[in-house]
Design a protein around this ligand. Structure first.
Ligand code: NDP
Ligand code: MG
Length: 398
């Protein structure tokens, strides 16, 4: 199965303003991307905004940024939203189909996909099919459907610029290295809020404790995934597809200071890494401005203040969900899709306080061991796996 090689595309000249479609504009990354655009309104404009439940915020954003089109995921909101936006000269459509069709718009140079979860996959595929530059945050696109994305990318060509901080760092480290072989890539993790706590003591950890990530302010789902460390396993799968690496070429180190997100080891013994403070506006802005950089006031790395940068091996026995994600990464097929779907249901149930912290692992493990394995899934197989796993996972909430 072909994987991706992200250096295979031409860059931009920053002469023209770039039109951006923000998918998931009401979420944590979506809102940060709007801040980047607000700060750089001479370089970027918003052509399209898309969101799901948070209608009030979507409308507020539309009124401020005056995009050409606003799309709401819910088809039932069409009349109400059109009535509000049309008099302001903004077109409005509703439903997923409308989104997929609108991504073809000529005014869109960059599609920023910051939708959370499985619903982000089809827009990723469609943006590549339309030849748009894809600034990719939705990690489920690569975790669940990396094989499909790689196939379409290989057929159509295209441009993917990763936004996930680790993958943005890798991307920046491999620029100019197109013909050089990567020996391995190391991703780092702070260890999350429960670093050093015994597995048996984790059972009583509350939602509030799990949501207190030491460095990053993110959406609730990914924050819980960081506390179970499954997020890191997903990032390893993501890196394997984006940078054409085997599972054995990807390693994880715990790095509590969280200054180095990733490191690329080359064959000659050199290692490259990109350093930045914990601020997602930096990789978002880079994805929008690539191959240029735009001056910003975002926080700077100050190694004298940070002090020593330390690294440890992860204790896999303390992170059982990470172990599951390694299994899914190694065996591939539809296992990442099963794990992703089971985990989305389990995390949602934890957030609504229907299950305890360690039940996330119980549900994920049971799903991986119960849903049929498919070695080379088609997109329809992945959709079917997702649906079946969600139904099954819901029966495990108690
Ligand atoms: P949030 O939960 O904060 O936001 C998710 C966005 O997706 C919202 O705009 C939401 O709309 C929209 N959305 C949710 N469900 C649907 C749906 N069914 N159809 C259409 N839109 C939907 O997530 P984050 O911003 O934290 O993360 C977004 C993605 O980026 C995830 O894949 C995450 O793993 C990845 N990522 C996030 C990072 C971060 O720092 N937050 C870092 C690296 C990667 P609404 O609010 O209107 O319901
Ligand atoms: Mg990350």
């Amino acid at each position: 199965m072909p994987k991706l090689h992200l250096l295979k595309f031409a860059g931009y000249l920053m002469e023209d303003k770039k039109g951006i479609a923000i998918l998931g504009s009401t979420g944590s990354l979506g809102r940060q991307s709007l801040e980047v655009i607000r700060l750089n309104s001479t370089q970027f404009f918003i052509e399209l905004l898309f969101a799901s439940f948070n209608t009030d915020l979507l409308l507020e954003q539309a009124i401020e940024f005056k995009p050409n089109i606003v799309i709401h995921a819910d088809e039932l909101r069409q009349q109400e939203l059109s009535d509000m936006l049309f008099p302001r000269g903004i077109k409005c459509f509703c439903g997923d189909k409308a989104l997929l069709q609108s991504l073809e718009l000529e005014g869109i140079d960059i599609v920023f996909n910051a939708i959370s979860g499985f619903p982000g996959i089809k827009p990723t595929i469609q943006a590549i099919k339309y030849g748009k530059t894809l600034a990719l945050a939705n990690k489920e696109s690569m975790v669940v459907a990396g094989n499909q994305v790689a196939k379409i990318y290989t057929e159509k060509g295209g441009s993917i610029i990763p936004v996930d901080a680790e993958h943005s760092g890798i991307f920046q480290s491999i620029l100019g290295e197109y013909s050089n072989t990567i020996e391995k890539i190391v991703l780092t993790s702070s260890g999350g809020p429960f670093k050093g706590i015994d597995l048996s003591d984790l059972q009583n950890m509350t939602k509030k404790q799990a949501l207190s990530n030491p460095h990053w302010k993110m959406g609730n789902k990914i924050t819980i995934d960081s506390s179970t460390m499954i997020n890191k396993g997903f990032e390893i799968i993501e890196a394997s597809w984006l940078y054409n690496l085997n599972f054995s070429q990807l390693e994880l180190l715990i790095h509590p200071e969280s200054i180095i997100q990733s490191m690329v080891y080359f064959e000659d013994g050199s290692v490259k890494a990109q350093l930045a403070m914990h601020d997602m506006r930096i990789p978002i802005q880079y994805a929008f401005s690539f191959p240029n950089r735009i001056k910003s006031e975002f926080p700077r790395v100050d190694l004298l203040k940070t002090g020593a940068l330390t690294f440890e091996d992860p204790d896999l026995s303390a992170y059982p969900n990470l172990k599951l994600s390694y299994l899914a990464a190694e065996k591939g097929g539809n296992l990442p899709a099963i794990l992703n779907a089971g985990n989305e249901i389990a995390v949602q149930a934890f957030l609504t306080e229907e299950i305890k912290f360690n039940d996330i692992y119980r549900i994920n493990d049971k799903c991986l061991n119960s849903i049929d394995y498919i070695q080379e899934p088609s997109f329809e197989d992945l959709e079917d796996t997702d649906k079946k796993t969600r139904q099954f996972a819901k029966t495990l909430i108690y």
